[in-house]
Design a protein around this ligand. Structure first.
Ligand code: RUB
Length: 315
C-alpha cells in the first residue's frame, strides 16, 4: 500500500512539532490526505479507500491526543463518497477545500458571534489565554464597543499575562488579579469569557484548570459564562462514551524543589485542565453560531457523524 511522500513529510512535521497549533495541524493533515487522493493509482474504490485510511493512520499516529488532528481526518474520511475512484477522488478534493476554507474563517466568524453577546461598556473576566476568546473581544472592539477586562493570572504558568498583553494591544483596559480573587470581583463583571481545549458530547467544557471553579462562582453570582471554541475542539469520541484525558504536568511548574523540601516535601500535583459541567455554561460560541451546551451534540453529529471514532482503522 502506497502512502504518499507528502503524507510522510506532513506526519514528520507534526511529530517534530514544526507544524504546531490546533488549526495548523488540522489544515496540514487535510491537505496531506488530498495529496494522497490526487496521486493514488488505486484501481478500485475499495483500494482507494484503503489507501486513504493508511494515509490517515500515518498522520494520526503522530500526535493521537491532539483533538484537531483526528477531527480533520474524520472530516475528510467522512466526506469521501462515491462508487468509482474518480468520484471518490473528486469528493476528497471538495471536502478538503471546504474544510480548509472553513478553518481559515472559523476564528473570525466565531469572534463575530461572540461579539454580539458583548455590549458597549461591558466588563469581561478571562481565564488563561485563548485566541478564540480574544477573537470575540477583538470583533467587539472593531464594532466600536468599549470593553474592560479583569484578567486572572492563571497559575501555575501565568498565561493570563499573555491575555493581558493581547487585550492591552487591542486597547482594552486590563486589571490583573490573582486567581483566588476572582469571586471577589465577579459582581463587577458582565461576562466570564473563556476558551476550551475540548468540548464533550454532553456539553462539558475541558479547559485550563480553574475554569470549573470560576464557572461555579459565576453561576452563584448570576454572571453569564461564555465559552469560545471553534468546532475543531468538539471531541466526537465522547459521543461513544470515551472520556477526555486530562493532562498532568510537571510539579516544578507549581513549586521548585528547594521550596518544596523546605516545607516538609509534600506531594504536589499539577493537573493542566478541568471539566466544567454544562449546567454552569450559558453559551458555547462557535463559528457556526452559539449553542446552549446541552445542544452541542447536534452540531457534533452533523459535523462528525454518529460518533465514528476511528474511521481510518481497517473495517
Ligand atoms: C490553554 C487553554 C486555552 C485553550 C483554548 O492551555 O486552556 O483556554 O487551549 O485556546 P495551555 P485557543 O496554555 O496549557 O495550552 O482558543 O487559543 O485554542
Amino acid at each position: 500500500m502506497d502512502v504518499h511522500r507528502e503524507v510522510h513529510e506532513t506526519a514528520a512535521a507534526i511529530d517534530a512539532m514544526e507544524t504546531r497549533g490546533a488549526a495548523a495541524i488540522a489544515d496540514a493533515a487535510a491537505r496531506a490526505l488530498r495529496s494522497q487522493a490526487r496521486t493514488s493509482d488505486a484501481d478500485t474504490p475499495e483500494a482507494f479507500r484503503a489507501e486513504l485510511r493508511a494515509a490517515a493512520r500515518t498522520l494520526f499516529e503522530t500526535r493521537p491526543t491532539a483533538v484537531s488532528l483526528p477531527n480533520a481526518l474524520r472530516y475528510v474520511l467522512h466526506g469521501a463518497d462515491g462508487q468509482t475512484v474518480a468520484a471518490l477522488r473528486e469528493s476528497v478534493e471538495t471536502t478538503v477545500a471546504e474544510f480548509c476554507a472553513r478553518l481559515e474563517h472559523a476564528q473570525a466568524d466565531l469572534g463575530e458571534v461572540g461579539a454580539n453577546r458583548l455590549r458597549d461598556g461591558d466588563v469581561v473576566m478571562t481565564h488563561c489565554h485563548s485566541t478564540d476568546a480574544l477573537a470575540c473581544v477583538e470583533a467587539a472592539v472593531d464594532q466600536g464597543k468599549e470593553l474592560r477586562a479583569i484578567v486572572k493570572e492563571t497559575r501555575p504558568r501565568n498565561q493570563g499575562h499573555i491575555t493581558a498583553e493581547a487585550l492591552s494591544e487591542l486597547g482594552v483596559p486590563v486589571t490583573l488579579i490573582v486567581d483566588s480573587a476572582a469571586r471577589h470581583y465577579l459582581n463587577d463583571v458582565d461576562h466570564v469569557l473563556v476558551g476550551a481545549d475540548s468540548i464533550a458530547a454532553d456539553g462539558s467544557v475541558i479547559n485550563k484548570i480553574g475554569t470549573s471553579g470560576l464557572a461555579v462562582n459565576a453561576r452563584d453570582r448570576g454572571t453569564p459564562i461564555m465559552v469560545a471554541a471553534q468546532t475543531l475542539k468538539l471531541h466526537p469520541a465522547t459521543l461513544t462514551g470515551h472520556t477526555v484525558d486530562i493532562e498532568t504536568r510537571d510539579v516544578t511548574e507549581v513549586i521548585d524543589e528547594a521550596t518544596r523540601a523546605s516545607i516538609g516535601a509534600p506531594d504536589v500535583v499539577n493537573p493542566a485542565f478541568d471539566v466544567t459541567p454544562p449546567r454552569y455554561v450559558d453559551a458555547i460560541v462557535t463559528e457556526r453560531g452559539q449553542f446552549p451546551p446541552e445542544s452541542i451534540v447536534t452540531l457534533m453529529r452533523e459535523l462528525f457523524g454518529e460518533g465514528t471514532t476511528r474511521p481510518w482503522e481497517e473495517p
